[in-house]
Design a binder for this molecule. Sequence first.
Ligand code: SIN
Length: 543
Amino acid sequence: MKHSKYSVIIVGSGIAGLYAALKLTEQMNLPDGLLVLTKASLSDCNSSHAQGGIVGVLPENSADSVKIHVQDTLKAGAGLSDEKVVTFISENSNVVIKDLLEYGVEFDRNDKNEFNFTLEGAHSVKRILHAGGDSTGANIEKALVKKVNENPNITVYEQALAVELIKDENNRVKGLICYKSAIDEYEAVYSSATVLATGGLGRVYKYTTNPEVATGDGMALAYRAGAVLSDMEFVQFHPTALSVPNDDSRFLISEAVRGEGAKLVNSDGIPFMAKYHELADLAPRDVVTRAIFSELKASGDKNVYLDATIIGKEKILKRFPNIYKLCLSKGIDITKDFIPVSPACHYLMGGIKTDITNAKTSLNGLYAIGEVACTGLHGANRLASNSLLECVVSAYELADYLSFANLEIPDMIDDCIMDIIRKYENDDEYHDIDVGEIKSELQQTMWDLVGVERCEEDLKKAYEKIIQLQQRFEYVDKCSTFQEYELRNLLCVSKIITLLALKRKESRGGHYRTDYPQPSDKAQHSTFVIGKEDIINDKVFIA
Ligand code: SIN
């Protein structure tokens, strides 16, 4: 097995990972260099799919302030957002947005060359910056990829999946084992700072706006190493994903479309959101999603519709060129036709518990930024376009913290590591399993039983089913293929979501229990660490 060492390893190449890589190489001397590891290609990430935008609380926007943004975020977070964290991120928005401009990101501007701020659900003022109309994430990612490719101090491994964290006898993370799928080889990479920036887990569910790569890898990796995860039951279901017959893909129809005036209507063309919330179509995301769910339950339809014709053709083509094109490819002209939409899994509010000021996790040597992390910003329900802001602020803070840290790499190989290395050097055990079949059964189960609406009976059924699927899967330690590793991660995070959803006997934000429809008196975070809930009912599972 090949062994290598870097001053810092960043796992994941979305906006959080690449921005952190650039800031780190700018701010400090990295004697052993910096490695960015990605399981696909550099720009294949969840960030590239973010359409609506990024929150910018900027001095030039006289209608806005940190105070108002904090209030909006706390309200959407349904009692679980941490006010200090929210304020910190909001106050740092100006700095990181200016920085992104310097990296070459071009946010859309009006005729006077001012930022063209837009609105999304539960924002009380227009404060969302966008780029390329409706391809904000892809535009930011593109600018960062260009800078990373030009930077001689950043090494990139593509098609390299992190499969296990290496720890020393003091439980300190000192690197990882990666599986290079293109050449079917393992490599041990040592570092004193291992940063997880692996994004979300949308592919746990049958219907999701997330790309294929969103398989919860970072959460599963950290969990297996014993890091604390928090609030994993809070999954956000976006209300408006394109929903056409005989097609399970769910292309995102940005909330910004409603921000520009589009209305949700039922199959008779009647708007319905005013019945559910005073903000109607711009109510918080969880409210809109549940409203659609109840409309669908009552009508028996598979989707409701978004009427974007109100926006007008000229504006649609300018603001939503990507959505326009994609819908047209499915035979829907959004300047004239209603868009069939239904909810789909979009984002995880929980993740690896971290401190926003330095991105530290509960394990020394391990850091987490972006969607994989749970900083306390989103609480039980994320406010639209806060996620990209969190990505950049947490990456910025990580770089700042590490620039004062001692990044000397500890001894590369010691006794603790030898066992791990032997495992990956041994020949594969062969299991005859159908990865695709187990994966689709898991995704269907999670969608049916651990989705927008949950109850004890369904959650218990889901838990039993996941256990059965794990038994059919058989691999608990080393897998044979890239797809098996991804499935192992999906099974691991599905089980955690389900167990925590069972434990949370209340409804709050993205977690709605039909058997406990009200929030409890006290808002509490949930935490999950290996060795506790995993020994439930004598079913020990080391995922
Ligand atoms: C959207 O454009 O609706 C998604 C933006 C977000 O997830 O914040």
